[in-house]
Structures are given as C-alpha cells and as structure tokens.
Design a protein around this ligand. Sequence first.
Ligand code: SF4
Ligand code: SF4
Length: 297
Amino acid sequence: MKRLLILSGKGGTGKTTVAASMIRLAEARACADCDVDAPNLHLVLERGSPETEDYHGLPKAHVDEARCTLCGLCEEMCRFGAISIDGHLTIDARACEGCGLCDHVCPVDAISMLPAVAGDLLLYRDPEKGVFSTAQLRMGNGTTGLLVAEVKRRMEKASRQAPLAVIDGSPGIGCPVIASISGVDMVLVVAEPSVSGISDMERILDTAEKLRAYTVVCVNKADAHPRMTERIRAYCSERDVPYVGEIPYDSEVVRAVNRGMAPVDVECPAGEAIRRVFAETMKILDRSPHAGPGMSR
Ligand code: SF4
Ligand code: SF4
C-alpha cells in the first residue's frame, strides 16, 4: 500500500475538498480523516453506518471521598485548576489533564487515575468503496498524536490489500501532524496564497523534512493572490520541492460540497485543476520508493 497524506498549515485552505477529490479520482479503497478536531471528510464520502469503538485518552483523576482528609494539598498542586474543595473535594473532569500529580502527592492515597473515554473511533466498511477510518472527539477533548496513529492503524488493518491509501491529515504543525506524517509515502501540501499561508507551508515542509517524508505542493485559490502564488512557486523551486499545480477560486466548490459532492464530481474550473494536480501527484508517487508501514523517510 502506498500512502498519500494531504496537509495544510491550518483549517480552511481547502485541504479536505482536495483530499475528497483525490479519493474519488484514485478510487482509493482505503482512506482516513485524521482531522479529528473537526472531521468533515465523511460529508462528501457517502458511507453507511460505522463500526464504533471507545477511544480512551489520558486517564482522569477520581477521588475516594471516604479516604480524603480534605488536606488541600492536591488542590494547591494542580496547575490546571481542576480540583476544588468546598466542604468536599470536587474534580472537574473537563479541566483535568491527566498529569497524575494529585495521585502522586496525596498522603492518604485517596486519588486514583482511571481510564476515560475521550471519543469514538469510527470505521466505515463498504464492499464497493472500501474502508474509511476516522474519529469523533467528545466535548472538551483535543486531538492527540496517539489518536491520529490509531485512526491510521485501524484503516491499515481493515484494508491490507488496498494499493493506495489517501489520508486527510491534521492541520497545524503539532504532535497530531507528526503522527499524520509518520509512515506515509508522500505528503501533498495544500498551500494558501497569503503571507500566513506561506509561513504555514514553510513550517510543514520543515517538519516533513525532519521526518524524511517526500513532499509536493499545490496552491488552492491561486488566483486570489497571484503574487503570493508566484512566491510559493519560486520558494518550492529554490527548495527543490515539486510544485504540482494551482487550483483557482471557484464558487462551484462550495455548492458541490453543500450537496455532499467533491469538486471533481461536477464540471467546474476547480475540479479540472484538481484533476491536473492529481495526475502530477500520482506520477511522482508512482516513482517514489515505498516507505513501508510505520516508517518515514
Ligand atoms: S491529574 Fe493533574 S490535572 Fe488532573 S486533577 Fe490531578 S493534578 Fe489536576
Ligand atoms: S491530597 Fe488527598 S487527602 Fe488531601 S485533599 Fe487531596 S485527595 Fe484529599
């Protein structure tokens, strides 16, 4: 299996619409949405009901009130303000970050760290369309690298025979992005033609380079700021990063997504441009050596 990851420095760049289009064009039988803070790839992938499994994040602190002497030490030590004492001790599970310090300092062993469900892992299996793996976090929980790795692992386990996997990565440059990049064969960065978009792109390229991931770049809404688009193209050339094309701003994209379709499902300039980006990306991906599961290059 070759793994193609779609990334952008932040949300709103069109990363998911590009990912959905790539899945359609490649007829990918394995795909994943690792943007689990705001998953929306399922809106354009038309799948049935998923198999669900609890996702356990960091454990949360629980108090045994029969043992607690209300000494106040844990309240004083908790840096997250999760513990309050007012006649009895209360732990706010949403504020608790699971660091375990209260458990460590309690002189009477009244606190235990217990597993907590942070979200749901979702796996869609379709005999014709293949496997789609994603997750839905519960209120107050954030994306972690562990969760992203689990979403990818479930996709791979359920679709070992698929020749290509397309993964919609987490935005930003933090731990979830590093987990998204790990083990993929190629990263397609969807850059935005703006000063912040260029800065975001540079940071992703730096991160991908450190993880030895092969990277290519395209620009979305390229005609919104032609001078910035030209800067991105020049930057890629200087850095020897393949530039695989430009997608124009196209109001048809929003209309297509609102109807549960990808831009390549309708006749429109953006859809045509994404087809060209796809063809260039696949040419390079086909030539790239295999990274192999759990490896980065
Ligand atoms: S585990 Fe850490 S964050 Fe949670 S209540 Fe204890 S000290 Fe606070
Ligand atoms: S440190 Fe232990 S005994 Fe003291 S208030 Fe916290 S839970 Fe209760």
